[in-house]
Ligand binder design. Structure first.
Ligand SMILES: C[S@@+](CC[C@H](N)C(=O)[O-])C[C@H]1O[C@@H](n2cnc3c(N)ncnc32)[C@H](O)[C@@H]1O
Length: 276
């Protein structure tokens, strides 16, 4: 089975689901301490400069990144989510766009390009490279990209339907509520899980796995720091820093990351003189 053909069909359906619109629509803060730390790291280097924010969904990152610069453009390819963002921020420049083809933007237009909340994991590996190349193209020399991606060695890789089972509680009312909640979502989650976990596959340096989000509706990429560094270097980026999702600490390639759900990568497009 060639999952590369199915990524878009599966994940686009998930982004258009009622669960995605409702859950992403409610978000208005940093996803985790690592995201905040990555943006804080890059902030003094790009403050006031043009920012491109890819995969904005329902607009969570619009006000967060506008604290870095008002010269801000946000894009997403899911019209339903983009419309929520537009209704929240009618005065901002928010556009429909697929990150694999951003020809609307000239080369070297932005000082910072972001793709938050593991959005880049939702396209196949060939398209991931295409997106990173587009990010490189529209970035000014010396500019930065910040994006997050799931950790292949982390607790989320290979989630099973057991993840939905209710946590035990000695309080009977709490236990009954949790059980009811599980029973309500179990039919859809089981259907999705059976359908989508068929695609689970490990490749050299990365994995494709069904994830529990939106009731097992998505199939995503999980990677490692080493593989991401290799991929970024192949495109021309220098990896500058990696932050973990747990506590916002900078992490290194060699440390144990088994408790880290995802990474926030910060990479830089070298200045012309820097290039080998
Ligand atoms: C997990 S959601 C995150 C949304 C938002 N960044 C947030 O943090 O709340 C991933 C988003 O990436 C968008 N996305 C995925 N692939 C994309 C692509 N190729 N081009 C543009 N947007 C994409 C999806 O439509 C979705 O809105």
């Amino acid at each position: 089975m060639d999952v590369r053909q199915d990524f878009d069909r599966i994940n686009r359906a998930a982004w258009n689901s009622a669960d995605a619109t409702s859950s992403l629509g409610k978000l208005d803060d940093w996803t985790d301490a690592g995201e905040r730390a990555a943006i804080e790291w890059v902030r003094p280097r790009v403050v006031g400069e043009p920012i491109l924010d890819i995969g904005i969904g329902a607009g969570r990152t619009v006000p967060l990144l506008k604290q870095v610069s008002n010269r801000y453009i946000g894009v997403d390819y899911t019209e339903k989510l983009l419309n929520i963002a537009k209704s929240k921020y009618p005065n901002d420049d928010l556009r429909w766009m697929d990150a694999r083809d951003m020809h609307e933007f000239a080369d070297e237009s932005f000082n910072l390009v972001t793709f938050s909340f593991n959005g880049i994991d939702c396209v196949n590996y060939v398209d991931r490279v295409k997106i990173l190349r587009e990010m490189y193209r529209v970035l000014k020399p010396g500019g930065f990209i910040v994006f997050s991606s799931h950790n292949q060695d982390g607790p989320g890789c290979g989630e099973t339907i057991w993840r939905l089972m209710p946590r035990l509680s000695l309080n009977p009312i709490k236990m009954a509520w949790r059980t009811l909640r599980t029973l309500r979502v179990l039919p859809l989650a089981s259907y999705n899980y059976v359908r989508n976990s068929r695609f689970n596959q490990r490749f050299e340096g990365y994995s494709v796995m069904n994830a529990a989000a939106h009731y097992f509706a998505i199939v995503i990429i999980y990677t490692t720091i080493a593989e991401q560094k290799r991929q970024l270097a192949e495109i021309g980026f220098d990896m500058e820093a990696v932050f973990g999702s747990l506590d916002g600490r900078r992490i290194t390639e060699t440390e144990d990351t088994s408790d880290t759900w995802w990474f926030h990568f910060v990479a830089r497009k070298p200045l012309r003189g820097d290039q080998a």
